[in-house]
Design a protein. Structure first.
Ligand SMILES: Cc1ncc(COP(=O)(O)O)c(C=O)c1O
Length: 427
């Protein structure tokens, strides 16, 4: 059997209708922004492989940090034991996030760090005897992951429809705009008045999976302030926006009002190892800090704070805070802005938007904007045939490259998009 037959026989791929899926592309190696297939073809990874590879592929510095750690300590139970890679990482994250963040809780992916945040918020109230605060508020169209808590706080969608009956109670509010801000604030105030809301969870500045929907920091500031006035904890899900994506290290760096809990994953290890962290304030932590054993946070995964993952994260942070990486982030943002001007007047391009290294626009089709818009597959296939990995979300095209991408590679991505837009003219 060849590789594809063996893949088809034994593997069930994520987010894939296996019956109609094309054979997956077999990748043998990567370097920087490039992926190299076993058939000799190469691809520019313009989406950082599901938004994780902030420093590109096979980064030698991160690889050697993992290798070095692997010969010392690959894993140790994290209850009753600790290790330096985790201590160093926690200290660095708390310092980087700044006030009011104080404690780091480790898990192993984006969904689990959200799950932890939601449980932390609910138990925060429970531990203090406030049993009525059980409801959560989230944005419509949110995506916070695929586990049950994460699905509950996500918007209702085809992804989670089969499980709706099993999801807990969440009030969804619209994403704020200049037009609806007053109504959204009023809605949050109304829900908050009931005094039964435990927490408000949001993806700050960009709703990723919803189609790179962007909203203003000033609007989020306002909503966080209203939540706080009503004793509602605020959870920022920075799984996608963290580690430089939005132009600053964290999206919350654009806010004056700070959340109580922040979720980080994806770019945290530069795409080398699965890792999630949930960082909270001292106030949250103190609600669990007690002589009563049952007030402890009874949550933990086997691979909690895996030393290899922590070593990768420390190495990734070393690279991220270097001047040349910060410069690259600004350069990508500037290039995106120039490219946006190039295509903004194309008749099929709508709602072009940018936040830092993320550029997105809608292709105007006669269909609704949705993940299942039929143009998605057509665009994906076209881009792949031209050696560019872009994975449109329905009719939304977005670019989210590794920060190490060269200007030449970025220009090649832009040209492929322009070429695709040119094909639309003739329909
Ligand atoms: C904002 C946000 N939260 C959570 C998740 C879930 O992360 P993971 O896929 O690692 O479970 C994602 C994934 O795309 C995300 O974008």
């Amino acid at each position: 059997m060849n590789l594809f037959d063996r893949d088809k026989k034994f593997i069930w791929h994520p987010f894939t209708q296996m019956k109609v899926a094309d054979a997956p592309i077999h990748i043998e190696s990567g370097r920087g922004a490039m992926l190299f297939g076993s058939d000799g073809k190469s691809y520019i990874d313009a989406i950082s492989s599901w938004w994780v590879n902030i420093h590109g592929h096979a980064n030698a510095y991160i690889a050697s940090a993992i290798a070095e750690q692997a010969t010392k300590l690959e894993q140790v139970i994290f209850a009753g034991f600790t290790h330096s890679p985790a201590i160093n990482l926690a200290e660095r994250l708390v310092n980087l996030l700044g006030s009011p963040f104080s404690k780091v809780f480790f898990s192993d992916n984006g969904s689990t760090c959200v799950e932890v945040a939601v449980k932390m918020a609910l138990q925060y109230w429970y531990n203090q005897g406030v049993t009525e605060k059980t409801i959560l508020i989230a944005f419509e169209n949110a995506y916070h992951g695929d586990t049950f808590g994460a699905m509950s706080v996500s918007g209702k969608s085809t992804f989670n429809k089969p499980f709706q009956k099993h999801l807990f109670e969440v009030v969804h509010i619209p994403l704020p705009t200049d037009e609806n801000l007053d109504q959204v604030v009023a809605q949050l105030r109304d829900v908050g008045k009931e005094q039964n809301v435990a927490a408000f969870i949001f993806e700050p500045l960009i709703q990723g999976a919803a189609g790179m929907l962007m909203y203003k920091p000033a609007h989020l500031n306002k909503l966080i302030a209203v939540a706080k006035e009503n004793s509602i904890l605020c959870i920022a899900d920075e799984v996608m926006t963290g580690f430089g994506r939005t132009g600053k290290i964290f999206a919350i760096d654009y806010l004056e009002e700070k959340p109580d809990i922040i979720c980080l994953s994806k770019g945290i290890t530069g795409g080398f190892m699965p890792l999630g962290v949930t960082v909270c304030t001292e106030t949250i932590f103190q609600a669990f800090y007690s002589d009563e054993k049952q007030k402890a946070f009874f949550h933990g995964h086997s691979y909690t704070a895996n030393p290899l993952a922590c070593a990768a994260a420390n190495a990734s942070l070393d690279l991220l805070i270097k001047d040349n990486c910060q410069h690259q982030i600004q350069l990508i943002a500037a290039s995106h802005a120039t490219f946006a001007l190039r295509i903004r007047n194309h008749k099929s391009v709508k709602n072009i938007r940018q936040q830092g290294t993320v550029l997105a626009f809608d292709i105007d089709t006669q269909e609704d904007t949705s993940y299942f818009n039929s143009i998605s597959k057509e665009m994906y296939t076209y881009f792949i045939s031209k050696g560019v990995l872009l994975r449109p979300l329905g009719n939304v095209v977005y670019i989210m490259p590794p920060y190490c991408i060269t200007q030449q590679e970025l220009e090649a991505v832009y040209v492929v998009i322009e070429d695709f837009l040119a094909t639309l003219k003739f329909r």
